[in-house]
Design a protein around this ligand. Structure first.
Ligand SMILES: [Zn+2]
Length: 241
């Protein structure tokens, strides 16, 4: 077979191509980063709503505590007034005044609660929509991250399996050809062989290949692409072999 040497190189090139494909896939796994960025955008876009909502909850809580405390004290003082434990008129007066003051505080707190709740009602609808969107994005991102983890394990295994075949293939390639191939690999960052297309172009870089070059390639001679320096090869030669 006139192109046996080139064919051995083609077989090595196929392995390298597979390894590159696996590596590329591993590097471009979808980790759900786009969704994470979308969450940040939603949080930034609605930052005012979200912080206002939080503030409202704090205010509501404070007013509720104020109202409860006032009510509790009123209850206690009223009990003291009517259970006969307080009899001196001065003390009765003081307690009555205290109760009046507490009633004012309680009333004030209740009014504030009413206002805050009205505001909270419309805002909480908005905020729950925003939070639902964030949760949806979070679960999408998490699902992608998990899938990427699974894919990564598979790719790692595929890389190891394919890589295990490489040294055997490399050993079958003639040393002088291997040297040119490796130089082209370094130069291109991919493999060191390129097929010639039906349109007589280098499939890797797209440049035209001269007729003479193609003839040499058909004769099994080592010819490099003028542009990318890859060793040129005809796939049909590979299929025939
Ligand atoms: Zn080329």
């Amino acid at each position: 077979m006139k192109d046996e040497a080139l064919y051995q190189l083609f077989k090595l090139h196929e392995i390298d191509e597979q390894l590159i494909t696996i590596k590329n896939r591993a590097e471009h796994l979808d980790l759900g980063k786009r969704e994470k960025a979308a969450i940040k955008k939603v949080q930034a876009d609605y930052a005012e709503d979200l912080s206002h909502y939080k503030e409202l909850q704090t205010q509501l809580n404070t007013e509720r505590i104020r109202a409860d405390q006032a009510a509790e004290k009123i209850k206690k003082f009223n009990a003291q007034l009517y259970d006969g434990s307080v009899t001196a008129s001065k003390e009765i007066n003081n307690l009555t005044k205290e109760i009046q003051m507490l009633e004012e505080i309680g009333m004030d707190a209740e009014l504030k609660i009413e206002q805050l709740e009205a505001e909270n009602q419309s805002l909480s609808k908005r905020v729950s929509k925003i939070n639902a969107k964030i949760e949806e994005l979070e679960s999408q991102s998490e699902a992608k991250r998990k899938q990427a983890e699974i894919d990564h394990v598979e790719l790692k295994q595929a890389f190891a399996e394919t890589g295990a075949k490489r040294s055997e293939r490399e050993a079958a390639v003639r040393a002088d050809i291997l040297k040119i191939y490796n130089n082209a690999r370094k130069l291109t960052g991919s493999t060191g062989l390129a097929l010639i297309t039906l349109q007589h172009r280098c499939q890797a870089c797209g440049i035209d290949t001269p007729e003479k070059t193609r003839e040499f390639v058909r004769d099994g001679k080592i010819q490099q692409c003028e542009s990318c320096r890859r060793i040129l090869f005809y796939r049909e030669e590979a299929i025939e072999s």
